[in-house]
Design a protein around this ligand. Structure first.
Ligand SMILES: Cc1ncc(COP(=O)(O)O)c(C=O)c1O
Length: 381
């Protein structure tokens, strides 16, 4: 981000968050710190490690906080995200999607030269051969994990091919097999906790069998990483799981908050929303609704229904009204919204919403204390 731009944003430090220029994203530092501590303590209680996913916050400052809290490394989805973290001095990065093109493999190896502990997942024999050749030409060993497909059909090999893939990697001189990844993305948001529990134990249990088979054959498999926020409690019951690669728990969103948890069948209250969006009323010319300045370009249209947190109460409902605008319908006649009023909202889906902004305004007791660049924003290569 341009320094000039950051300077402009830092004008708001010391001011009330209600004075921020909207639409903008706000992080409640107290909630963020508690979410990070809570997940860290949860993993420790079950003897698991935390390798959180930075795809949610896309912010190296938050990744550094997670490392300070005791996690063993940070996951990213893309090489361009890994570059940001490695350039900021973070180590132990895991790239959770296969890296296949020649150009990206070169960039991957550049990252590996700075972070020799860097790992990447693989799910294809010819990709494995290519990675081995490139690592060999550089005289290094590249750490890899076998990506297992938990019936999602996105990336990963079938469970039945996991051991053969591990054996193939282990035979190649410039690759170091470290273990497996199995991320059941299709299970994370299942509304009923009991259904989610059954599904996750089913898929992650099968991945655990692959892990045991690899170990029985004497193959190195010290890492079995998986789990998202929705299954963080469940996957700890799988003894073979070593690492949780949870992401959304830091910030949270309407999507996650609406699913059931082990404590409450209709609400996921384990982590409060640290991320909110501020939006301003910019037009009030109709009875029963007003127009706000956050539309598709500020609030990603995917996942749960975004909702108004402040002013509190059920009387206000958000709807997208195109690229730049949203509609707030007022169903409670005691609520009045005036031109210039600022509303605070819980976003629909945190990951793609964060990717729409340059900065996070950090607040303590509603006062802006810092501005953090979303420095992995737009890094989708
Ligand atoms: C491979 C992978 N790991 C971990 C995560 C984090 O999951 P969650 O945000 O549900 O905690 C994601 C999220 O999409 C993912 O794609």
């Amino acid at each position: 981000m341009e320094d000039k731009e950051m300077l402009h944003q830092s004008e708001f430090i010391g001011k009330s968050k209600w004075k921020l220029d909207t639409p903008c994203l706000v992080i409640d530092l107290d909630k963020l710190e508690k979410n990070i501590e809570r997940m860290q303590a949860h993993a420790a209680r079950f003897g698991k490690k935390l390798r959180p996913h930075a795809k949610t916050h896309k912010c190296s400052r938050i990744a550094a906080m997670q490392m300070e809290a005791g996690c063993v490394g940070i996951c990213v989805a893309k090489v361009s995200e890994a570059e940001v973290l490695v350039n900021r001095g973070l180590r132990g990065v895991l790239i959770t999607s296969p890296v296949v093109s020649d150009y990206k493999i070169e960039r991957l190896m550049e990252c590996q030269s700075r972070d020799p502990g860097l790992m990447v997942v693989v799910d294809n024999g010819s990709n494995v051969r290519k990675l081995n050749e490139v690592a060999s030409s550089r005289g290094v060993k590249l750490n890899v994990l076998v990506d297992l497909d938990p019936g999602m059909g996105r990336t990963g090999v079938a469970f039945s091919d996991g051991v053969a893939m591990g054996q193939w990697i282990d035979r190649l001189p410039s690759l170091r097999l470290r273990g497996v990844q199995c991320y059941a993305g299709h299970v994370q948001h299942i509304s009923s906790f009991d259904d989610r529990l059954r599904q996750s134990l089913h898929w992650m249990g099968q991945a655990g069998e692959v892990v045991r088979a690899l170990r029985q054959k004497g193959l190195p498999c010290e890492i079995f990483t998986g789990a998202g926020t929705g299954t963080h409690e469940i996957d700890c019951r799988i003894p073979d799981v070593t690492d949780l690669q949870v992401g959304s728990y830091t910030m949270m969103d309407a999507d996650y908050l609406s699913i059931g948890s082990s404590q409450n069948a209709s609400r996921f209250e384990n982590f409060p929303p640290a991320l909110t969006l501020l939006t301003t009323v910019i037009s009030v010319n109709h009875p029963g609704f007003v127009t706000v300045d956050a539309g598709l370009k500020a609030l990603y249209k995917d996942g749960g229904t975004p909702y108004v947190l402040n002013p509190p109460g059920p009387g206000l409902r958000y709807e997208w009204r195109g690229d730049e605008h949203g509609k707030i319908t007022i169903s409670d006649s005691s609520v009045r919204l005036e031109l210039g009023d600022v509303l605070e909202m819980v976003v629909s889906h945190c990951d793609p919403t964060v990717n729409l902004f340059d900065a996070l305004y950090v607040t303590l007791n509603e006062v802006v204390t810092e501005v953090w660049p979303i420095d992995m924003r737009g890094k989708c290569q």
